[in-house]
Design a protein around this ligand. Structure first.
Ligand code: HEC
Length: 142
């Protein structure tokens, strides 16, 4: 509160506001980006093993943008991998593929003391996870 008088000045407040905004934007590429899943049916807190949103077009739309913000930098734009991480278009579709997918989404992948993929479950939540999966299934390749 010592600096209250100073930051209350209009000009200083504008400057502070501007730098907070740019700090947040600078983080945009590295921190997981919250996904607005309020349009999707609630599915509870326990992690499901099979996609409750399979074939749901709203979920696929939300998933497409969530993927772009959180997965594309490693798995490639539009789900086409540039080689850094596996190409998710080839993931098995259906229930068996779901189990593998959600396990990776939730916990990520680490071995030999290195993080290959950060865990996404806690930060993004399972609604976002299943929405991304619903979109990925529309991109599936044999
Ligand atoms: C920092 C880079 C990075 C980010 C970000 C990332 N992944 Fe991954 N992901 C990887 C790597 C690397 C692997 C391979 C891990 C291994 O081989 O142990 C992987 C593996 C996977 C797999 C298993 C693929 C397979 O063929 O076995 C799935 C599913 C997956 N990621 C989904 C996602 C989703 C969904 C997101 C976004 C929410 C995401 N990943 C974000 C790097 C990333």
């Amino acid at each position: 509160m010592r600096n209250f008088g100073r930051i209350a000045l209009f000009g200083a407040a504008c400057l502070a506001g501007g730098s907070i905004t740019s700090a947040l934007m600078a983080h945009g590429n590295v921190t997981p980006q919250a996904v607005d899943t309020s349009a999707l049916p609630e599915i509870g807190a326990d992690w499901l093993q099979h996609n409750p949103y399979r074939g749901n077009a709203t979920a696929a739309n939300i998933g497409e943008s969530a993927y772009g913000q959180n997965c594309a930098r490693c798995h490639g734009l539009d789900a086409e991998s540039g080689g850094i991480a596996p190409d998710l278009r080839y993931l098995e579709v259906g229930d068996t593929g779901d189990e593998w997918y959600i396990q990776r989404f939730q916990h990520g992948s680490s071995h030999d003391g290195k993080v290959y993929m950060p865990p996404m479950g806690e930060v993004l939540g399972q609604k976002a996870g299943w929405a991304i999966r619903a979109w990925l299934e529309t991109k599936h390749q044999e």
